[in-house]
Every structure is written in structure tokens, then in C-alpha cells.
Write a protein that binds this ligand. Structure first.
Ligand SMILES: Cc1ncc(COP(=O)(O)O)c(C=O)c1O
Length: 381
């Protein structure tokens, strides 16, 4: 692949940091994860940051600490990765899906209130493709109904609303460091939040609910267990990569922004597709990728268009392949009414996500746009 959709930006510094950890005695529960947490908190402006083994683990851990279970409901966007819903479902609570808005693909804020019931405990939002949700509007609704707000920030490091980083508008923000994300630790995640008490709960329950870490144990092997908990920790090896990556994140974001602008311009106005519009200046995107929405006439040709791009060495992807409520597990459990999710379905069925990552150059953006236009033109003939 000449222009892969995503490529982890791992360099000499990440390799050296991993080697250092491997040369030492502490592989888990050590100072590197704590240093990564501090660095990520500094980057986002968060009072607290808790490293976890993945974004999914972090979201599940938050709901677990809040005590959600059967009988509870959480509002979840229909247009997201299945993890946003699974994190709710794993607690025994029910995800209640809300359709996307056409402009950004984010949760349709106007439809949230109609989905709230006496059982609703929280609202989850996803900053779709790095374009932030207009959080003050969501927070007004949440306060009115006394609901917790979880921001799924898997695609939003560097994205902000009114100058405040995503993840800090709601009650907790959870990030992913999966390989194609803005920064990677191979697998990994981070929860950021303002509430010190909840942060302490997350720390406790991500590590079995034991009352002291290895370094806090005066006598080795002596500890007590004060709560039910998971093993959702991030290892020192993963954290070592993350600590270097977070330093490089501003540079990555700059290249993403440049690439996104170049690709938008090069795609221009064209009969075959529309480009999801750029957000306004209050909503600062971190440019995860650029999605084009195929026109109705060629929508069903999407597999051939993507295959033709692959044949030219250009990677593309789909975010996300189906509205979550249409996926087999959720459809079979809760039923699926297509009339409820027309926007999410249109995005899932007709969009193609194009890469803008820091592994690519302006020339690559031109190659993507030129090839896509040629491919679509040939299909329209
Ligand atoms: C919006 C969103 N949330 C959550 C996840 C899951 O992240 P992780 O693999 O770190 O659990 C993803 C993964 O792609 C995602 O896109």
C-alpha cells in the first residue's frame, strides 16, 4: 500500500523507551504509566488522567464505578464504534440509541431529550471522526435531567470546544491508543476527568480493587481487597510508547490539519460525492480522517470504488460499517427500526473514509483526490 489508511508512527525514541522498560525490573504498576498519565493530563488540561488497557475497558470501568446495571439506560449514538454501546451493555444496563445529525455525523442533540426516560442514567457522545460534539448543548440537557456525561474520545485527542479539550466538558472522557488512532500504545486507553473521587475509584477498580500498589506495599505480598474490580491496567511497556507519542502529538495534529485542508481542496466540488462539512471555529476538529458521502447514483458502487482505490495503492475505510443498533447482536436483542436511524444508516452505507494521517504528505492528498475522481468518473459513464 503506497498510501495506507493508517500507519503507526513509531520511531527510534519509542523503541528506546520500550527497551529501557524491558531492561528494568518493573513491567506493570510502575512509574512510566504514571508519567504517561501526567503527560496526557498536561496535554489535555485534565485534573486527573487514569491509564487503562483500552478505550473499551475505560468506558466499561467508568460505568462499573458508577454502579450501572440492569434497569438502567444510557443514551448512545447510533453512529459509532460498537465499543461505545458494549461498554454500557457489559454492565447489564441498556444502550438507547439516538440517530446522527447529517452535517457532522455526531449524535443529533435535538433528539436526545426524546430518548430520556426515568431509567436514563447517562448520555454518551462520540466525537465522530474528530469533529467535536457541541458539548455545551449536551451539558444543558444533562444538567436539566441530572445525567452523567461520558465522552468517547477515541477519535478526538487534540479536538476542543470553545478552547476546552474534548473529554473535559462531560464528567469523563475516554481515549483510545489503538494503532490507527492519533497516537498509539498498540492497545491502550486513558480516562480524563475532573472528579478526584471518581478518579480514585477508577484507579482502585482497574486493579482488582486492591488497597495498595506494589510500590505502596511495605511487606511484599501483603494487601487487602476492598472492592470488586478488573485487571484493566496499562503495562509499563505500552505506557513507554505512549509517553513518547504524546510528546509528538502536536506535530502529528499539525500534519493532519494540513493534509485535511489539502484533501478537502483537492476533492473540491464534484458530482459523485459530497464532503462532510468542516466544523466552525468553536468546534476545533483534530482531523481523524476525511469522509466523503457518495451520491445516490453511485452509492451501491462503494465496494468497487474502494477496491479500485486499493488497486491504486490507496487505503480507505468505513466509519462505521453499520449503525450499531443494526448490528446482529443489538438487532436481535432490541429489534431495529430503520425509521429511527436514517442519517446513521446513510453515513454507514454511503461514506468512504479517506486518510489524512501524519504518515502522509500533501502530494498523497492530491493522489487520493485525483484517483477517486477518475474512478467515480469511469463508473458514472
Ligand atoms: C469511537 C470509538 N470508541 C471506542 C473504540 C474502541 O477503542 P479500543 O480499541 O481502544 O477499545 C473505537 C475504536 O476504533 C472507536 O472508534
Amino acid at each position: 500500500m503506497l498510501i495506507p489508511f493508517g500507519a503507526p508512527m513509531i520511531g527510534a525514541e519509542e523503541r528506546a523507551a520500550v527497551s529501557d522498560v524491558l531492561a528494568g525490573p518493573v513491567l506493570v504498576h510502575g512509574p512510566v504509566a504514571a508519567a504517561f498519565e501526567q503527560a496526557f493530563a498536561a496535554f489535555t488540561g485534565a485534573p486527573h488522567a487514569v491509564s487503562v488497557s483500552s478505550c473499551t475497558a475505560g468506558m466499561h470501568l467508568v460505568y462499573f464505578c458508577l454502579g450501572y446495571g440492569p434497569g438502567d439506560e444510557v443514551i448512545v449514538p447510533a453512529q459509532t464504534h460498537v465499543a461505545t454501546a458494549h461498554a454500557v451493555e457489559l454492565t447489564g444496563a441498556r444502550p438507547v440509541f439516538v440517530d446522527a445529525e447529517a452535517g457532522t455525523g455526531n449524535i443529533d442533540i435535538k433528539k436526545i431529550e426524546a430518548a430520556i426516560t426515568p431509567r436514563t442514567r447517562a448520555i454518551a457522545v462520540v466525537h465522530y471522526l474528530g469533529v467535536p460534539v457541541d458539548m455545551p448543548l449536551v451539558m444543558t440537557i444533562a444538567r436539566r435531567h441530572n445525567l452523567f456525561v461520558l465522552e468517547d474520545c477515541a477519535l478526538s485527542p487534540g479536538a476542543s470546544v470553545d478552547g476546552v479539550h474534548t473529554g473535559l466538558h462531560g464528567d469523563a472522557g475516554v481515549f483510545s491508543f489503538y494503532p490507527v488512532k492519533h497516537i498509539t500504545t498498540a492497545e491502550g486507553g486513558m480516562v480524563i476527568l475532573r472528579d478526584a473521587k471518581l478518579a480514585a475509584q477508577l484507579m482502585l477498580k482497574k486493579a482488582f480493587g486492591v488497597d495498595r500498589t506494589h510500590s505502596e506495599r511495605k511487606v511484599p505480598g501483603i494487601y487487602d481487597t476492598v472492592a470488586l474490580g478488573f485487571n484493566y491496567r496499562m503495562s509499563e511497556i505500552h505506557a513507554a510508547i505512549g509517553k513518547v507519542q504524546v510528546k509528538r502529538l502536536p506535530g502529528f495534529l499539525e500534519q493532519r490539519s494540513k493534509n485535511h485542508a489539502a484533501l478537502s481542496k483537492a476533492l473540491g466540488d464534484f458530482a459523485g460525492y459530497s464532503v462532510l462539512p468542516a466544523p466552525n471555529t468553536r468546534l476545533q476538529s483534530c482531523h481523524y480522517c476525511l469522509a466523503v458521502l457518495l451520491g445516490e447514483a453511485i452509492a451501491e458502487k462503494r465496494p468497487s470504488i474502494m477496491a479500485a482505490l486499493t488497486a491504486q495503492g490507496i487505503g480507505s475505510s468505513i466509519y462505521y460499517p453499520q449503525p450499531v443498533p443494526r448490528m446482529t447482536y443489538y438487532r436481535e436483542k432490541y429489534g431495529y427500526n430503520p425509521a429511527c436511524y436514517p442519517v446513521a444508516a446513510r453515513l454507514s452505507d454511503r461514506s468512504i473514509a479517506l486518510p489524512v494521517g501524519p504518515h502522509l504528505s500533501t502530494a498523497d492528498m492530491h493522489a487520493i483526490a485525483d484517483n477517486l475522481k477518475e474512478i467515480i468518473k469511469s463508473l458514472l459513464l
